[in-house]
Design a protein around this ligand. Structure first.
Ligand SMILES: Nc1ncnc2c1ncn2[C@@H]1O[C@H](COP(=O)(O)OP(=O)(O)OP(=O)(O)O)[C@@H](O)[C@H]1O
Length: 336
């Protein structure tokens, strides 16, 4: 069995996972050979996540969140830059080390039904990763499968082992997906819009379950979501993405209470809160459309929609990360 020992950090103080100057571009070709450009889905992202930290990557649809998640999972190869896990570059991992990495990172995707093989029952679905990673003892597999089901509160486990995905509700299917993501005891869990396809009634339960498991296990948890209104209770730090880049990051309360980047300010202003006065008040929302990632605006990607646009600066020079508040980064020329 490949073991996490194959992934020992070079430097004990290294973050669990870090992205440096990360770019994931998708080449577009006409008739299969004529290069017509590249979709810059991830376009220069830097961050470092510590062990045991819960963070959220937030942004509008199409801003590159899933492409970032898939690059962190090793499913897309970066066009430029790198991902380091436990101090080692993903690009260097091969063979046993790559297999060990796959056991270290769990993935929960948006559509639980699409994620589960329809012709396998729950026992077999959960056994699969154990078999692939060399757990040969059937009794040990059964013990771990039952423990995983209990952990995601599919209890008693006995009642679910023989069920096929179509026999389960959406919430139960997502619990099976979470159990499968956890069964190899990963150190990082990436949850890409884990509740957006579920009924509103079960969303909070699933988010609370993920946060509970993250705390109990001391996991690093990266939520990917378009919904800024749900993150306060489920993440400690937020990264706001816009057009393939992180434009602002900060501890969750500081970011939501003191947003610094005009894009984040507009996103927060657009969150509906249950106040009757809202029925008669127009809300400020980011005007215009998210930009094309095939032909993104020059310099600051947000400048065509920004109420504080400064001609000759925002459309000419990329804003660096400023630190307008402690632990708070914002890529906007307003903080110059
Ligand atoms: N394999 C691919 N080939 C070409 N383009 C891709 C590929 N995967 C994603 N894209 C494009 O990259 C851009 C970012 O997509 P991505 O799915 O990462 O965004 P997102 O923020 O997760 O959006 P959503 O919430 O709608 O899934 C989109 O324009 C998308 O069409």
């Amino acid at each position: 069995m490949s073991s996490p020992a194959d992934l020992q950090p070079e430097d004990a103080k290294a973050p669990l996972i870090a992205a440096r100057d990360l770019h994931t571009w998708f080449e577009l070709r006409q008739w299969g050979f004529l290069r017509v450009g590249a979709v810059r889905a991830v376009d220069g992202v830097d961050f470092a996540l510590a062990g045991g930290e819960a963070v959220a990557f937030v942004g509008e649809s199409g801003c590159g969140k899933s492409s970032l998640a898939r690059t962190l999972l090793g499913l897309h190869r970066p066009t430029r830059g790198e991902v380091r896990f436990a101090g080692r570059s993903l690009g260097e991992l091969q063979g046993r080390a790559l297999k060990a990495y796959r056991a270290e990172v769990g993935y929960v995707q948006q559509d639980p039904y699409g994620a589960l093989p329809p012709f396998l029952d729950v026992r077999r679905i959960l056994a699969e990763p154990l078999i692939v990673h060399g757990v040969r003892d059937r009794a040990e597999r059964e013990r771990r499968i039952r423990a995983a089901l209990e952990e995601v509160r599919l209890s008693p486990a006995e009642a679910f082992l023989g069920q096929f995905p179509h026999m389960l509700s959406g919430g139960q299917q997502q619990r099976v997906v979470i159990a499968r993501a956890l069964i190899l005891a990963p150190r990082l869990l990436i949850a890409d819009e884990p509740v957006s396809m579920l009924d509103a009634s079960v969303r909070v339960e699933i988010l609370e379950l993920l946060r509970h498991i993250q705390r109990e296990r001391g996991l690093t948890l990266a939520f990917i979501t378009h919904d800024l209104s749900t993150v306060r209770h489920y993440a400690e730090r937020i990264f706001v993405m816009y057009a393939g880049r992180v434009v602002e990051s900060a501890p969750v309360d500081d970011l939501l209470d003191h947003p610094q980047h005009p894009y984040t300010q507009a996103l927060i202003a657009a969150i509906a809160d249950p106040d009757a006065a809202n029925a008669t008040r127009l809300r400020e929302v980011p005007a215009g459309e998210p930009p094309s990632l095939l032909h993104p605006p020059a310099a600051c990607r947000f400048h065509p929609r920004c109420p504080h646009f400064m001609a000759g600066l925002c459309d000419v020079e990329d804003p660096p990360d400023f630190t307008p508040r402690r632990d708070h980064r914002s890529a906007c020329w307003l903080h110059r």
